[in-house]
Design a protein around this ligand. Sequence first.
Ligand SMILES: Nc1nc2c(ncn2[C@@H]2O[C@H](COP(=O)(O)OP(=O)(O)OP(=O)(O)O)[C@@H](O)[C@H]2O)c(=O)[nH]1
Ligand SMILES: [Mg+2]
Length: 350
Amino acid sequence: MVYKREIIVRGGYGGDGCVSFRREKYVPFGGPDGGDGGDGGSVVVVASSNMVDLGLMRRKAEFIAKNGRRGGGWRKRGKKGEDLAISVPVGTMVFTKADSGEEIFLADLRTPGQKVLVAKGGRGGLGNARFATAVNQAPEIASKGESGGKRYIILEVKLITDICIVGQPNSGKSTLLSAISRAKPEIAGYPFTTRQPILGVIPGDRRDFIVAEIPGLVEGAHLGKGLGNEFLRHVERTRLLIYLLDGSSPTVIEDLSTLDKEIALYKGLAQKPKIVAVNKIDLPEVQACLPAVKQCFARLGVPVFYISALSGQAVLELTGKAMEMVDQASRDEEIASQAQITVFRPKPRK
Ligand SMILES: Nc1nc2c(ncn2[C@@H]2O[C@H](COP(=O)(O)OP(=O)(O)OP(=O)(O)O)[C@@H](O)[C@H]2O)c(=O)[nH]1
Ligand SMILES: [Mg+2]
């Protein structure tokens, strides 16, 4: 899976202007009639809901739009070069790279079909008809088409989700995802079954909720252990985290702090709203140590649920709370975004 790519984009050249004179029977001194060249095509990046990563464009490094065609006689304008659309997944952030190496934000493509122009096509040259003046009525000059803009672009996919399930390998993330959503992830009793983020949809009364599972995190994931923590980039834009713990693990209490530590090490994730869910409570050995775990987790200060993703026990309660917290988080986001808009209200002069 490719989530970050650096590419070069270049707009097409504008077509050259044309030098031509009107030559017709009975029309002496017909005058200049060379048309303008067509503009070069531009390069645009478009969000598409059919894609999940940038893998399709792996081999290509440079994206160039079509050139404009040259102008013709009879003041005919050259054909415009075709635009080149680069499809990327929804949730892709587009940056341009300055000469200093600095990444400058260009756009965040959050909805399907949203697009951003990354390289403008060159303007077509002017035909000689444009250069006619009172003193030079038969100019033999036309201008050349301009070259298109060239830019270094960085594309980075960060999925946009409402809920993200994180946890150690084998804790039951895929089982929970398939229990609460329509997703059908692979479930197996060995670690790292899930090797890439999986999305699901929970149908809600007022709106659907997008839920994701990311591959399991282990201690030292930030150092590249296990599958590493590069998947946490997709957690950056989730509204709620569900920490899913394997209740049958002998170190369930330490598992929570390990998980929390790995997540807190990734920029900006420490403050995310979260819910803790202890899974597999249908197993007798989990039931046996549940009182001790409950006592310890009672002081956490975040909602804790004891569930069985397999039998469905307490799963509805967990999703209900998750949806409620997501709604609250989106209301908070709305208030925060409104606070950022400055409204100028000039006072009338007396
Ligand atoms: N008894 C019991 N087993 C469960 C429960 N949830 C998951 N399992 C089992 O635990 C194993 C791992 O489940 P997965 O859903 O694949 O776990 P995961 O966290 O997605 O694992 P990775 O993708 O490998 O990180 C499977 O054998 C599941 O059947 C549960 O609530 N009770
Ligand atoms: Mg899984």
